[in-house]
Ligand binder design. Structure first.
Ligand code: PMP
Ligand code: GLN
Length: 391
C-alpha cells in the first residue's frame, strides 16, 4: 500500500519543526522559528477568555465574525486609507497561512504560473504544488535584496495568474519600496494578473522605514488581495487568526476554497480581533520601539561574535553570514544550523530552505536569526554566541 500521495511525498518535514525538535533535544536557546517567547497585550488575551466564558464557542460564520471583519476594515482605513466593505471585502482565515493557500486555490488553475520572489517563504511553493500551479521565481539579490526589473518583467507571460509579494519580507527583512511596488503593480495591470500580498509583518518596521500596501497604489485596488494576521503584531502566533481583504470577486473566489478547507476560524479568538486592532497609536509605536531595540541588540551580538550581518528594515529576522565563525569543516547552512544548535546551543534557521533546488547555493553561507525573544533569552543567546569569538 502506498502510504503517501505523490502530491506530498516530496515535502519532507518543515525546517521549523526540525529545528524546534533539535533545539529542545539539545537545550538550545531557540532563535529559529519566528514566534515570540512572550505574550501579547493582556486585554487582547482577556477578550478571548471572556468570549470562551460567554459561550462564544460554536461555529463562527464562514466568512468571519462581523465584529472582527469590521475591525479589520477599520484598521485598513486607519493605517492605509484603504476603504473596505466589511460585508463583502474581508474574509477571516486560519492564519495568513490558510489565507495564502486558499488564495492560490481560489485564484489559479492547475497549469497556471504564479510569480514569487526568492528567497521565498516556505509554504508558498508547497501550496502551489498541491494546487498544480507552477512557481516562477524572481531573485532578490545583494545586501539590499533588490530584483532586476527585466527579470521580473520577463517572468510575466500568458500563463501568469498571480504574483505573491511578501513585505516586510521573511527571511531577509527587506521592505519593498514604493518604487518597487509601483513597478510590480504596473506589470500586474499590463498582464492582467492578480497580486497577493503577505503583510504579516506590516507593523514591524525599523529606522523609520514605511510599509506600503500594494493595494493602495494606482490601479491596484481591484486586483490585489492583501493578507495579514494577528500573530506577529499581537504576539499570538498560536492563535492562527488571519484575514484576506480585497475586492469582492477576489474574496468570493478565495472563500470558495476557504469554506471547504476550514469553513470557519476559532470563534472566541475572532472575538478578540477588535480589541487587538483597535489598540491606540502608542501600542503600535511601542511595538516598533521594542523590536528596534531587540534587532539592534542582536545585530551587535552577532557582529561581536564574528558574523557579518545584513541589516533588516522590517520583520523580526536577521540574516547573517557565518563564514567568520564556523570551523572549516562546516560546508553549508544546514550543517552550520545543526552545529550552532547542538554545539553552541543557539538555534537558527538555514536559509537555503527558502530557495528552489537550483538556487540553494545562494543561502549557503547564511543563517537566519529571530530576534522576537525576551531580553533574557537574547542575553542567554549572547552569552553562548560570545564563545565563538573567544578563540
Ligand atoms: N507569512 C510569512 C511571511 C510568515 O513569516 C508567516 C509565519 N510567521 C506566515 C505567513 C504565517 O502566518 P500565520 O501564523 O498567521 O499563519
Ligand atoms: N513564519 C515562521 C517563521 O518563518 C514559522 C511559521 C511556521 O513554523 N510555519 O519562522
Amino acid at each position: 500500500m502506498a502510504s503517501m500521495s505523490r502530491r506530498v511525498a516530496g515535502f519532507g518535514t518543515t525546517v521549523f519543526s526540525e529545528i524546534n525538535a533539535l533545539a529542545r533535544a539539545h537545550g538550545a536557546v531557540n532563535l529559529g522559528q519566528g514566534a515570540p517567547d512572550f505574550d501579547g497585550p493582556p486585554e487582547v488575551l482577556a477578550a478571548a477568555v471572556t468570549a470562551v466564558n460567554r459561550q462564544l464557542n460554536q461555529y463562527a460564520p464562514g466568512i468571519g465574525m462581523a465584529t472582527a471583519r469590521a475591525a479589520i476594515a477599520r484598521h485598513a482605513e486607519r493605517f492605509y486609507g484603504q476603504r473596505l466593505d466589511p460585508e463583502s471585502e474581508v474574509l477571516i482565515t486560519s492564519g495568513a497561512t490558510e489565507g495564502i493557500f486558499a488564495a492560490i486555490l481560489g485564484l489559479a488553475d492547475a497549469g497556471d504560473e504564479v510569480i514569487v520572489f526568492e528567497p521565498v517563504y516556505d509554504s508558498y511553493v508547497p501550496n502551489m504544488v498541491m494546487a498544480g500551479v507552477t512557481p516562477r521565481y524572481v531573485a532578490l539579490r545583494g545586501d539590499d535584496w533588490t530584483f532586476d526589473p527585466d527579470e521580473l518583467a520577463n517572468a510575466f507571460n500568458p500563463r501568469t495568474r498571480a504574483i505573491i509579494v511578501n513585505t516586510p519580507h521573511n527571511p531577509t527583512g527587506k521592505v519593498y519600496s514604493r518604487a518597487e511596488l509601483t513597478m510590480i503593480g504596473e506589470l500586474c495591470q499590463k498582464h492582467d494578473v492578480v497580486a497577493i500580498t503577505d503583510e504579516v509583518y506590516e507593523h514591524i518596521l525599523y529606522d523609520g522605514v514605511a510599509h506600503t500596501r500594494l493595494a493602495t497604489l494606482p490601479g491596484m485596488a481591484e486586483r490585489t488581495l492583501t493578507i495579514s494576521s494577528l500573530g506577529k503584531t499581537f504576539s499570538v502566533t498560536g492563535w492562527k487568526v488571519g484575514w484576506a481583504v480585497g475586492p469582492e470577486p477576489l474574496i468570493t473566489a478565495v472563500n470558495r476554497a476557504h469554506q471547504f478547507i476550514t469553513f470557519a476560524v476559532a470563534a472566541p479568538l475572532q472575538a478578540a480581533v477588535a480589541t487587538a486592532l483597535d489598540q491606540p497609536p502608542a501600542f503600535y509605536s511601542d511595538l516598533q520601539t521594542m523590536y528596534q531595540s531587540k534587532r539592534d541588540r542582536m545585530l551587535g551580538v552577532l557582529q561581536k561574535a564574528g558574523f557579518e550581518t545584513i541589516k533588516p528594515q522590517g520583520s523580526y529576522f536577521i540574516m547573517a553570514d557565518w563564514r567568520g565563525v564556523a570551523p572549516s569543516r562546516i560546508k553549508d547552512d544546514l550543517q552550520f544550523a545543526e552545529w550552532l544548535t547542538t554545539k553552541i546551543g543557539v538555534a537558527c534557521i538555514p536559509p537555503s530552505i527558502f530557495y528552489q533546488d537550483s538556487d540553494k547555493h545562494l543561502g549557503r553561507y547564511l543563517a537566519r536569526f529571530a530576534a522576537c525573544k525576551k531580553d533574557e533569552t537574547l542575553a542567554a543567546a549572547a552569552a553562548r554566541l560570545s564563545k565563538l569569538s573567544d578563540d
